[in-house]
Write a protein that binds this ligand. Sequence first.
Ligand SMILES: CC(C)(COP(=O)(O)OP(=O)(O)OC[C@H]1O[C@@H](n2cnc3c(N)ncnc32)[C@H](O)[C@@H]1OP(=O)(O)O)[C@@H](O)C(=O)NCCC(=O)NCCS
Length: 166
Amino acid sequence: MIALQIRRAAPVDAAGIVSVLEVVSAERIHTAIDRVWTVEQERRYLESLSPREAFHIAVDGTQDIVGFQTLDLWSPLLTSMAHVAQVGTYLLPEWRGRGVGRQLWNATQSFAREADYRKLAIQVRGSNTAAQAFYRRLGFRECGRMARQVMIDGIEDDEVLMEFLF
Ligand SMILES: CC(C)(COP(=O)(O)OP(=O)(O)OC[C@H]1O[C@@H](n2cnc3c(N)ncnc32)[C@H](O)[C@@H]1OP(=O)(O)O)[C@@H](O)C(=O)NCCC(=O)NCCS
């Protein structure tokens, strides 16, 4: 396990978050995000998060953001789903497989418990078996699959739904 600082992101972290997302999106194989939003859009999004929503970031010794994990309400509109949050995780390639995802999860999970969620859900690309294995290891289980849900550069992919029940 690497010594990194894990902390809750603030709007000022928007540029570092977008930098990570640009790298992961450019790989084309891990995420359904094929076009990354601007730093300003990301900053506004971070500002708009409710007290029950949080991004956690992993920061190295030079204060650069090397990865982050999101936790948003599954539905900002439906109070019947206020107990459900969605999660996403994005790390720079050189930081993968070194325990950073697990450290982010420890922070996200304790935040989610304190915020009274009963359930977390994620959508993972069908071809991203590494991320599915990661989430399974954290305690998520597969609960559905949407066929041909993603199309990037003309290549279709499924989305696998996974859930974690507290
Ligand atoms: C998927 C991702 C978030 C995982 O984070 P990570 O830091 O590489 O994972 P960790 O090293 O913290 O591993 C955590 C646990 O998952 C397991 N795990 C991670 N990757 C795995 C794999 N490919 N196969 C099996 N188990 C795996 C580890 O063995 C570890 O188990 P342990 O903590 O019980 O020992 C990271 O690799 C990543 O950002 N990948 C590219 C982007 C992506 O795919 N994001 C998901 C989009 S939904």
